[in-house]
Design a protein around this ligand. Sequence first.
Ligand SMILES: C[S@@+](CC[C@H](N)C(=O)[O-])C[C@H]1O[C@@H](n2cnc3c(N)ncnc32)[C@H](O)[C@@H]1O
Length: 196
Amino acid sequence: MGFLSVLGIAHKWIAERTSPGDIVIDATAGGGVDTLALAKLVGPKGKVYAFDIQQEALDRTSARFAAYADAAALPEVKLLLQSHSGMADAVEQDAIGRTAAVMFNLGYLPGGGDLSVITEPASTIAALNAAVTLLRPGGIVTCVLYPGHPGGAEEAAAVEAWAANLPQTLAQAVIYRQPQRPTAPYLVAAEKRQRP
Ligand SMILES: C[S@@+](CC[C@H](N)C(=O)[O-])C[C@H]1O[C@@H](n2cnc3c(N)ncnc32)[C@H](O)[C@@H]1O
């Protein structure tokens, strides 16, 4: 049968902690696959924020939403052309401490994007800290890491160190990884404590 992929597990863990009407954030919109999945989860009464530093990524995300047949089933989506490191200031007041999930899928924009534009450890860690602040109790942040890409191993190590140093009273962190395949993508996730 095999285990779920890292992205599959990220979506499953998010779905288990998210309900229609919730606020969710895609920290790396890219081609919009994850953004659309998040939008379907929270439905028309929910709200989705999606960040990317490349206009091409937001255009692709926009096109994906426009092509989706059941537009009435989707929520308001705010596409933000800026770094996820500023997410705490970019979202509206109602997202602070009330966000159900924040999803990161690091690396570069695949499918013909500019491969020199990649997520960077400093802004990724700043964004992860902001994400935990925005989460409601029981909310989740997921971060898919790509140690096989140039710069990816250093970024993955920084995210693992961030997770290891999260106060246990604030959040519980886990790693989902195939130890026989050290360069394969893997997942770090943290669930905010019910009573931090
Ligand atoms: C692997 S792709 C994301 C894939 C996407 N979630 C999807 O479903 O297609 C990573 C994206 O992160 C974006 N990115 C890089 N640095 C960023 C930053 N500081 N803030 C937000 N997005 C960033 C890249 O432009 C790229 O589009």
